[in-house]
Design a protein around this ligand. Structure first.
Ligand code: GAR
Length: 206
């Protein structure tokens, strides 16, 4: 069973959605550890309630290179194969990226490359977009930037508020992250430049 290391900063609803899918048997993986860079992250408590390994690794006041080295250590100590960022609000160092090559995923609440960074839902809503959504992507050294695995769209309707749109995006995130993990853990994919290619399709389509 593939061992996932979940890394988060807050609420942890994406982590919980993945844990639910695993529990239901629709995602074949196990959560080896949940790590948070804030001791008070609700996601950590949720992990403990589920009987999972939960590690608080506070980042406040720690230099980024040193912090990321400790994070690598924790993940390696739990034999993590895939790093799943689930609301982790920090950029990773090149050393961290190199420690898990092509094995770090992130979810972002916009259709990248539009609206990277903080408060993406607010940014998109304030911009007046008619369609927004969420993106699961591989992580590289740049913010919300690596090759895209999957995206889901959410329409912005008359009468929507940033809260109603954000809620619809979040429910798409919960579906999409596990769908992307199912594809990737099945192994029939490759990264070509910026593109994540499904190998079955290439075979079927010639
Ligand atoms: C999610 O909307 C996720 O896409 C976003 O933080 C939220 C975490 O919610 N991540 C980013 O903005 C990363 N740039 P959660 O803690 O309930 O999963």
């Amino acid at each position: 069973m593939t061992r996932l290391g979940i890394v988060l900063s807050g609420r942890g609803s994406n982590f919980e959605a993945i844990a639910e899918q695993i529990g239901q048997g629709s995602l074949s993986a196990e959560i080896a550890v949940v790590v948070a860079n804030r001791a008070d992250a609700p996601g950590l408590e949720a992990a403990r309630r589920r009987g999972l390994q939960a590690v608080a690794l506070p980042s406040r006041g720690v230099e980024r290179p040193e912090y990321d080295r400790s994070l690598i250590e924790v993940l390696r100590a739990h034999d993590v194969e895939w790093v799943v960022l689930a609301g982790y609000m920090r950029i990773l160092t090149a050393e961290f990226i190199r420690a898990f090559p092509k094995r770090i995923l992130n979810i972002h609440p916009s259709l990248l490359p539009a609206f990277p960074g903080l408060d993406a839902q607010h940014q998109a809503f304030a911009y007046g977009v008619k369609v927004t959504g969420c993106t699961v992507h591989f992580v590289d050294e740049h913010l919300d930037h690596g090759p895209i695995v999957m995206q889901a769209t959410v329409a912005v309707e008359e009468g929507d508020t940033v809260e109603t749109v954000s809620a619809r995006i979040l429910s798409e995130e919960h579906r999409l992250y596990s769908e992307a993990l199912r594809l990737l853990l099945a192994g029939a994919w490759a990264i070509e430049g910026r593109k994540v290619i499904r190998l079955e399709r290439m075979t079927a389509g010639g």
